[in-house]
Write a protein that binds this ligand. Structure first.
Ligand SMILES: [Zn+2]
Length: 350
């Protein structure tokens, strides 16, 4: 934000900014703030959030603030999209001094689109600020990157996540603190931990294993759970792709969509599995810390302090190693159910 204020106060607006860094740390929000500040009638180098232009930006209906997102179906930004941008940019801004074009997931521009966009950057339209947002800037042409002023976004501090969580969700304080500590500095992860069942499931399995639950049964239950999640993800993707209802899609297109659906589902399940492993790893890390120091302030899962006080499992370091091993085998596509069965046996050991 300091950088943006500097840009605005100097009155030297660059042609293009590239906001890069992990997801869920506020890149899109910052882009919107900047667009507001550029359009605000009340303040020269900030946004008042109150004047008509500010409110139009907030409600996403300012005619001079354009947003480009990848198409849901192909998840790309195409040459046609860039041609549209080019056309808009050939006109004067409608209401404001400046036009802002925000590209979400800018790396999703396919190669022809990137080439087309590069030409625009080489002869930039006047009074236009391009803001490219990307988690994977290396997928952009180096020649595009070099024409952008880079702005790096880092993971948020846990206190910041906690503050944002308080605004977004109504949670008991110790749970909010635990989620913030487990978020790895990403707001999207924090919200996922709140809104999904993952953490409940992970902690349920830990408790069952500690209390003598059968690893085989638990592994079966967990596999069923993953299967249900797979179905949910597929349904969500289908809704997005409208795979069965789109008359316009020809046969070839449908085949491509099916492959895309498979790839997206596999990726989403993989992320979910990594989340579970992360949750187990941090749990046993907490047990290890608690056993060694009894320092409650160092516990990440601080909404479960009662469970730590009551009893921690033996040899948590070996359990962390077992989680590591599971991650190793899953990376090498060893059968999931078998990996989890072996893992649960190791986690159940006394
Ligand atoms: Zn304003």
């Amino acid at each position: 934000m300091r950088l943006m204020r500097r840009i605005l106060s100097q009155g030297r607006i660059p042609n293009a900014l590239l906001f890069w860094g992990p997801g869920g740390v506020g890149k899109a929000l910052a882009a919107l703030e900047l667009a507001k500040a550029l359009n605000c009638k009340e303040r020269p180098d900030d946004a008042c959030d109150d004047c008509l232009p500010c409110r139009k930006v907030i409600h996403r209906n300012h005619p001079d603030v354009n947003t480009i997102t990848p198409k849901a179906k192909s998840r790309t930004i195409s040459v046609d999209d860039i041609t549209d941008v080019n056309e808009i940019c050939s006109l004067r801004p409608f209401e404001s001094q400046w036009r802002t074009v925000i590209f979400h997931d800018a790396e999703r521009m396919n190669p022809p689109a990137q080439n087309h966009f590069l030409k625009m950057l080489e002869e930039p339209p006047g009074r236009t600020l391009f803001i490219l947002i990307s988690e994977f800037p290396r997928e952009l042409l180096p020649t595009i990157r070099s024409r952008c002023q880079l702005v790096r976004f880092r993971s948020l501090r846990p206190e910041t996540v906690l503050e944002l969580l308080r605004r977004e969700r109504d949670l008991p304080p110790d749970q909010a603190e635990a989620i913030a500590a487990l978020s790895q500095g990403r707001m999207d992860r924090a919200l996922d931990l709140v809104d999904s069942d993952k953490r409940n499931i992970a902690l349920h399995i830990v408790a069952q294993l500690r209390d003598g639950g059968d690893p085989v049964e638990l592994a079966e239950e967990f596999a069923k759970n993953l299967e249900a999640q797979r179905k949910q993800i597929e349904a969500a993707i289908d809704a997005e792709l409208k795979i069965d209802h789109d008359d316009a899609a020809d046969v070839l297109d449908k085949q491509a969509l099916r492959e895309l659906r498979l790839a997206h589902t596999a990726a989403a399940i993989r992320r979910a599995i990594l989340d579970y492993l992360f949750l187990w790893e941090t749990w046993y890390r907490d047990e290890m810390v608690f056993a060694a120091t009894a320092n409650e302030s160092k516990i990440l899962n601080r909404d479960c302090l009662d469970r730590f006080r009551e009893r921690v499992s033996t040899a948590p370091d070996k359990k962390i190693a077992a989680v590591e091993k599971a991650r190793y085998y899953l990376d090498r596509f060893v059968n999931e159910e078998r990996v989890f069965r072996d893992l649960f046996f190791a986690l159940a050991a006394r």
